[in-house]
Ligand binder design. Sequence first.
Ligand code: ZN
Length: 74
Amino acid sequence: MKNLHCPQCDTQRFFIKNEREKNLLVTVTEEYEIKPVYPEESLVGFDLTMLYCLGCSWNGSPKSLRGHKHKNKY
Ligand SMILES: [Zn+2]
């Protein structure tokens, strides 16, 4: 399974947040499925529409991530 990348710094790891401002480390698959890096973690209560990049200041929706297929463009 391939993961999507940050459009700015190319990392595959992101945080999501819940209403208590708790952070959860996740990756996002090519199918825009958000998966916790640690499988025992639950996504319940977290905002899955906003991702915060682990490597830079980027944040945005899963759909705005860069897939590996687009790399050939550059
Ligand atoms: Zn980034």
